[in-house]
Design a binder for this molecule. Structure first.
Ligand SMILES: Nc1ncnc2c1ncn2[C@@H]1O[C@H](COP(=O)(O)OP(=O)(O)OP(=O)(O)O)[C@@H](O)[C@H]1O
Length: 302
């Protein structure tokens, strides 16, 4: 299958200032790719290159199999810019209807349904929309024509937590229909929920690309079992991935590194009355990885 995005040595300098350097990235059809990095890392630069808003200094890029300069590809993409400018007296609904017409006609009910889901007020003139409502209008226009590829720059900024959840549900639906999403963020927690893979960019360089499920599997977490009677320590010793074993009467507390399978099977030989497993803090794992491996990647390129 053709990659949705494929870049080779993609580079953008603004004069002497590095925006992005030597980006080699493939985004596969049907995945949600989280593009993460601190402010000024190069996320927006990458997105603008994909959309032909700016042109590369060096390197190559294809989007949905074609050069982004091919204007026909634009209609197949839904784009939420990071800095949205929605001004004027036109009502949000009229603006969205107009845009929908430009994109070959978007059913009115679809716009209404998206507005309901995001709790967006479309009766307000655009210039008078609150920041959060502007963001919602931006999201509606990105999703409404059901594009093959959604590029969302900081999509949840300004949205309250409940609306964020709804947005994430929308992203999952896009993936379920086999379409592709690239979303940028400077917060891992926001992207980890829905992303299949995450890429980290820093100071214009991609320092890591990780599978979220694999990252979770590598995570260190604490697990606690409570049994109906005291258990022998030996039953939990030397289990693969188990560290810091503490057996106190009827409870067992361990740190596990990787899969909990062996531990769960060992515990299942006794009567478990209660179990606590702290969710791995992906942000923490990622930061560890980011500071150790990431530094190495950045230095050596491997
Ligand atoms: N038009 C421009 N002219 C000069 N430098 C620019 C321009 N746009 C971006 N840069 C620089 O390129 C680098 C990458 O910026 P970019 O906007 O891509 O980062 P970002 O990861 O999107 O950050 P943010 O989260 O703040 O939007 C920064 O050092 C920025 O100052």
């Amino acid at each position: 299958m053709t990659a949705v995005v494929e870049t080779e040595g993609l580079t953008k300098f603004y004069g002497r200032r590095r925006g992005l350097e030597d980006l080699n990235l493939v985004i596969r059809p049907g995945e949600v790719f989280g593009y993460l990095g601190p402010n000024g890392a190069g996320k927006t630069t990458t997105i603008r290159l994909l959309l032909d808003v700016i042109r590369p200094t060096a390197g190559r890029v294809t989007v949905l199999g074609v050069d982004p300069r091919d204007a026909r590809v634009r209609g197949r993409i839904g784009y939420l810019p990071g800095e949205l400018t929605l001004e004027g007296r036109e009502r949000a609904r009229d603006y969205l209807t107009f845009l929908g017409g430009m994109r070959g006609g978007v059913p009115r009910e679809r716009i209404t349904r998206l507005a309901e889901r995001l709790e967006a007020d479309l009766s307000v003139p655009m210039g008078k929309l609150s920041k959060g409502n502007k963001q919602k209008v931006g999201l509606i226009q990105a999703f409404m024509h059901e594009p093959e590829f959604l590029i969302l720059d900081e999509p949840t900024s300004g949205l309250d937590p409940l609306v964020q959840q709804e947005f994430l549900a929308m992203v999952r639906e896009v993936r379920a229909s086999g379409r592709t999403v690239l979303m940028s963020s400077h917060v891992l927690a926001e992207a980890e929920n829905v992303s299949d893979r995450v890429g980290i960019v820093r100071a214009g360089r991609l320092v890591a690309v990780e599978d979220v499920a694999a990252l979770r599997e590598r995570a260190v977490r604490t697990v606690e079992f409570h049994f109906d009677a005291p258990v022998p320590r030996e039953a939990f010793e030397n289990l693969p991935g188990v560290r810091d074993l503490r057996v106190e009467g009827t409870s067992v507390r361990v740190t596990i590194d990787g899969r909990p399978d062996a531990l769960v099977k060992a515990a299942a030989r006794f009567t478990v009355v209660h179990m606590v497993s702290a969710d791995p803090d992906l942000e923490e794992i990622f930061l560890t990885y980011y500071s150790e491996e990431g530094e190495r990647h950045a230095r050596t390129g491997v």
